[in-house]
Write a protein that binds this ligand. Structure first.
Ligand code: MN
Length: 482
């Protein structure tokens, strides 16, 4: 457990996260307006989204289905009856004067997700609830020197607010939880998880306490938009709270903002309570009633999720839980890996994907979907190693050549003459030359057999890495021990 060392002893951090995840849907929650990211301001706004008098919201069945899918993916209870409420507040970019949300009766109840921690262990985080609600518009402060503009494209877009229980105890656990949530939703196709486009935003509730003591007063850090910033925000906020308490002060429950540039959190407003919003059931919307058959049908259509896939990789492919966790985290990566691994040595496939391929993608700054080497091409490379056409050593060079040229590995082997030499006559001749040229080393080897590796290196070097390493080992052993 990660403790904070204070002047007066250790402090435990307690974290609960509220994640706003934008539902993948062509249309908004209560209108038919489009939701595409990056459209020109106010081009995706219906009369409902602009809150013109007399307009009526109509629930989008697709968004309901997506919320249920997500709930099932979070191992959560689906509530067959849920209610939309008005949450009243004033914002310049909220023309209705209220947000349609769910309060006492959310569509999804309690659940649980497994999180993969950096040390390879598994943690569990409880889900309190998931509810559907509308997003607000956006105030643009940088378009005019003295005026603020409002863009209503986002107004009415469907969000899932996913509230965790206060089960996390460190920045690592919070980061692992967010990563897992994003991974599950991407597998489900219910949220694209792109934090930099705002389609996943996170409010972090932070408090500190003596280990095992009652919960302390929490502060909520609003709208943190990357996992890295979530970690930083937790660190600085927990430290701030410890310093206040140790200095004899007390924590005021409030909403704060994280400023990454200055590495600090700042008070935004004192925390409002539920009654400040005067929630009440939206009279324009009936309670949402689902049937067990409807939920069962969605459950039957769920894809294999990351935890199940990870278990399969460990069981069927013999991968370590850590490697399996890395490979399944992104659906694209898992699919790429499986295309390489199927019918081949899966451990070797995992090593190539997580080693050379990841390093190459990192260097180019692209995702696996933009990989210049396709899964089929990497598979062919592994086949060339397996059937003895090339050595593992040459395979590394071939991989680089594939990246640079985009050519088929077999064609490159022909073109560049990289075929492995298994001709014992040729290898024996090379061995003889190496032995004859190094009488001193031969004498030293007799006293110190670990020098054998040096001879292997010399032979490989003079064959340009193309000699079959096993044949070299066998023949060299014979020659030196003769
Ligand atoms: Mn919300």
């Amino acid at each position: 457990m990660a403790m904070i060392k204070g002047e007066t002893g250790d402090w435990e951090i307690v974290l609960g996260l509220e994640v706003h995840a934008q539902v993948v849907s062509e249309a908004k929650l209560f209108s038919g307006a489009a939701t595409a990211f990056g459209a020109d301001p106010n081009t995706q706004v219906s009369l409902v989204d602009a809150a013109m008098p007399g307009m009526l919201p109509v629930i989008n069945a697709r968004c309901v289905e997506q919320a249920v899918r997500t709930g099932l993916g979070l191992n959560a209870k689906i509530n067959l009856r849920s209610v939309f409420d008005r949450k009243n507040y004033f914002y310049a970019d909220l023309p209705q004067g209220y947000q349609i949300s769910q309060y006492k009766d959310p569509i999804v109840g309690e659940g649980e997700v497994e999180i993969d921690l950096p040390d390879g262990s598994i943690g569990r985080v409880g889900i309190e609830r998931l509810h559907l609600e509308q997003d607000a518009g956006k105030s643009l402060h940088d378009q005019h020197p003295t005026q603020t503009y409002v863009d209503l494209n986002r107004s009415g877009v469907a969000l899932m607010e996913i509230v965790s229980k206060p089960d996390m105890r460190s920045p690592d656990e919070a980061a692992a939880y967010l990563a897992k949530l994003r991974s599950i939703m991407r597998y489900l196709g219910t949220c694209d998880g792109n934090m930099d486009e705002g389609s996943m935003r996170c409010d972090v509730n932070v408090s500190v306490r003596r280990p095992g003591a009652q919960l302390g007063t929490r502060c909520e850090i609003k709208n943190v938009n990357s996992i890295r910033f979530v970690r930083q925000a937790i660190e600085v906020e927990a430290r701030r709270q410890v310093e206040i308490i140790e200095g004899g002060g007390k924590i005021d429950q409030e909403t704060r903002l994280f400023d990454p540039a200055r590495g600090e959190t700042r008070s935004l407003r004192s925390k409002e309570d539920a009654h400040d919003y005067r929630y009440f059931p939206d009279p324009d919307l009936l309670p949402l009633i689902l049937t067990p058959e409807y939920v069962a049908k969605i459950r039957a259509g769920l894809p294999e999720l990351p935890d199940a896939r990870k278990a399969r990789y460990v069981e069927r492919f013999g991968l370590s839980p850590y490697d399996a966790g890395v490979l399944v985290a992104e659906k694209d990566t898992a699919e790429f890996f499986e295309a390489v691994a199927n019918g081949r040595d899966a451990k070797q496939a995992a090593n190539w994907v997580m080693g050379d391929l990841f390093a190459m993608l990192n260097r180019r700054g692209v995702g696996i979907a933009q990989s210049p080497i396709a899964a089929t091409a990497l598979g062919k490379l592994l086949d060339l190693i397996a059937d003895g056409t090339i050595s593992g050593r040459i395979a590394k060079d071939l991989f680089v050549a594939m990246e640079e040229t985009g050519k088929d590995p077999a064609a490159l082997v022909e073109e560049r003459g990289l075929k492995q030499v298994t001709d014992t006559g040729a290898i024996e001749a090379t061995i003889k030359a190496v032995i004859d040229a190094n009488p001193g080393q031969v004498a030293a080897y007799k006293a110190k057999p670990t020098l054998f590796g040096w001879f292997v290196g010399q032979v490989m070097k003079s064959t340009g890495g193309k000699a079959n390493p096993k044949v070299v080992n066998d023949l060299l052993r014979k020659a030196l021990d003769a």
